[in-house]
Design a protein around this ligand. Sequence first.
Ligand SMILES: NC(=O)c1ccc[n+]([C@@H]2O[C@H](COP(=O)([O-])OP(=O)(O)OC[C@H]3O[C@@H](n4cnc5c(N)ncnc54)[C@H](O)[C@@H]3O)[C@@H](O)[C@H]2O)c1
Length: 260
Amino acid sequence: MAGEFSGKVAAITGAGRGIGDAIALRLLDEGAKVFSFDLNAPDEPRDGVTYLTLDVGNPGSVADAFRRIDQDAGQIDVLVNNAGVQRVALAENMPIEDWHLVINTHLTGMHLCCAEAIRRMRARGRGGAIVSIASAAGIVAVPGRGPYSAAKAGIESLTRVYAVETAEAKIRVNAVAPGSTRTKLIDEGLRNGSIRGEWQIERIPMGRLAEPWEIADPVVYLASDRASYITGQTLVVDGGWTVQGMVHIADWLKPAPPAE
Ligand SMILES: NC(=O)c1ccc[n+]([C@@H]2O[C@H](COP(=O)([O-])OP(=O)(O)OC[C@H]3O[C@@H](n4cnc5c(N)ncnc54)[C@H](O)[C@@H]3O)[C@@H](O)[C@H]2O)c1
């Protein structure tokens, strides 16, 4: 299919559902050949996506997945590090297994996939684009999310380091930091009571959660040639959550409502 990514090959981690699935749909629409690296089977398989089942935190499995891309597609142009998992507890109650799981999935997973992709992009000499999913929770403090927030802040840091390491090879490395987005990750938090709907909305100036496509669009932009001079950056896509210093606006400051 003709499109901005026709002739290009993309690997997306965690594309079996949620934000990763939305990114896969956008890249497919733009003509990319898409590989998904996910621990679980997809909720709704998409025609044109090759679904590989693996743990992004496992070096051997990640290396095997990239070898599969070598065999099937012969190149890798775009990597999106999106796979994620959440475990919620205060520092003193955080099981060490949960700490390792969250750090391993987000941060080690990003590193392992970047290393495999960068090696191939450099060797081919045509550059490439890497976009990783960070989080607003890596920028502001969300209680109970110690390993998640640290891993997400680490993703921003690795983004800068790998951007500088690879710039001369025409590889661009960026991140998108979403705010609360309507996916099953959030549904799980609502179910287990670690978040409440009203807690989320009251802190978001736009007054609503993001839809997965609203995160996918900026990811696809950063992966595209339209972002040819952008590298080492994190684009925050959070409806204004992290820039808000004060939640309330005095009544007398508010503009009059629009005329009927
Ligand atoms: N939903 C939000 O509000 C929100 C906000 C900020 C950042 N994020 C981040 O966006 C990304 C996608 O989140 P989502 O909301 O779509 O979550 P989701 O739970 O709906 O999807 C995550 C996907 O990652 C896969 N996955 C988990 N561990 C894996 C592993 N070790 N190896 C391979 N695949 C694995 C899951 O099977 C799942 O398909 C995550 O990195 C998440 O931290 C989400």
